[in-house]
Design a protein around this ligand. Structure first.
Ligand SMILES: [Zn+2]
Length: 381
């Protein structure tokens, strides 16, 4: 049961975490963890995640959860809830700061692999208490855990870390000096290249009031605020890629059609294909039938994009379905092969990320791809 939580393949849980940590060698956060090589195989890398969620009508709650970085799959089977706070009782900064401090305490205990001698305020447990009697003994047969990453969307990052550099500010990046004016420049000589701040530089540039309370979590640094698949792929790239490929496919079928005719194709041909694919693959289909508004195609000059009515889990399945659909359309219209290959590349990318940790192999392992090469993977595959 325990190993199942640590790694996808419970028989090799130790090897999986060992491999994870050996990939982290050389990273700034890793040097601050003080993790010895002989302890790699018994130390779980922990990802922390927080998100604001609508729970009932207009009520919102903040949920903090954590998981092993070497475990992939459905959230219900791989993640554990740490705390849930209603937004209405959140006091600006202090509530999230307190949570971060509490996480810092938990991680400091998990690092030792042993029950603690003191509580979260540093007070020793009363002598006759159960906590005092088990203090110092192993809680998981010698296994330990260390911080490996923090994940949240842009709003969550500002709320949790009080970053002055954030998505709505002129200085748009929490990790480097990119601004609104230059962040879209992906060339190697862009002004912000090479301006990533070290942890110490970040701490010195912050007023005490603005310093993230996550400095209490050993290993955390802005660099370990990682991108998550949900926001980058399923609610990002895929929303645009799916809608664009599908719209272009339908439009190429008859270049002279009207928007009303296009909508008819969406609601019939395309929708029926999606529904029967879901039935064949035992997936629960989404109930929102395709139309112009939901595919972002109400005007000929609009850029297609799936509407927010399609949630992450639905989009995840739609990547596979649209790859299958476009596969069938090969050779029927101009550009059909290119669209098929683009979506096939996206589906393969998703499959590799969700089923195994390894996706950059061969030459890419020796030399990481540049941002430009990485974005070209999708279009040239
Ligand atoms: Zn940056």
């Amino acid at each position: 049961m325990f190993y199942q939580w640590v790694s996808d393949n419970l028989n090799v849980a130790g090897q999986a975490v060992q491999e994870y940590w050996s990939h982290c060698e050389g990273l700034e956060f890793f040097s601050r963890l003080n993790l010895k090589k002989e302890d790699y195989a018994t130390c779980i890398p922990v990802y922390w995640h927080m998100d604001g969620v609508k729970v009932y009508k207009n009520q919102k709650a903040w949920i903090y959860s954590f998981c092993s970085a070497t475990r992939k799959g459905l959230s219900t089977g791989t993640k554990l809830v740490f705390t849930l706070v209603r937004d209405t009782i959140v006091q600006k900064h202090s509530t999230h700061d307190e949570i971060a401090k509490r996480i810092g305490y938990c991680m400091s205990v998990l690092e030792t692999g042993r029950f603690p001698h003191v509580d979260e305020y540093g007070r020793p447990f009363p002598q006759s208490s159960a906590q005092a009697s088990r203090a110092g003994s192993c809680y998981a047969g010698g296994w330990t855990a260390r911080f490996a990453g923090f994940k949240a969307d842009w709003e969550g990052r500002v709320v949790a870390h009080k970053f002055e550099r954030n998505y709505s500010a002129h200085n748009i990046c929490e990790k480097c000096s990119a601004t609104r004016a230059n962040f879209g420049n992906f060339n190697d000589d862009a002004a912000y290249m090479g301006t990533r701040r070290s942890f110490d530089e970040y701490v010195h540039s912050c007023s005490a009031r603005r310093l993230s309370a996550w400095v209490n979590v050993r290993g955390w640094c802005p660099d370990r605020n990682l991108e998550d698949l949900l926001h980058v792929l399923h609610q990002g790239v895929a929303m645009v890629a799916i809608a664009s490929c599908l719209c272009e496919d339908l439009e190429e079928k008859d270049p002279h059609q009207t928007l009303a005719q296009l909508e008819k194709r969406m609601g019939e041909e395309l929708w029926n294909s999606y529904k029967s694919w879901c039935a064949a693959h035992r997936k629960t289909p989404c109930s929102h039938r395709f139309n112009l508004a939901r595919l972002g195609r109400e005007q000929w000059n609009a850029f297609p994009e799936m509407g927010s009515t399609y949630k992450g889990a639905v989009i995840k399945d739609m990547i596979y379905w649209s790859a299958a659909y476009l596969w069938q359309q090969q050779g029927t219209t101009p550009g059909s092969n290119l669209r098929c290959h683009a979506m096939h590349a996206l589906a393969t990318f998703q499959k590799r990320l969700t089923r195994t940790l390894v996706f950059l192999t061969g030459e890419w392992q020796e030399r990481p791809p540049t941002m430009r090469e990485f974005s070209c993977c999708f279009t040239s595959a």
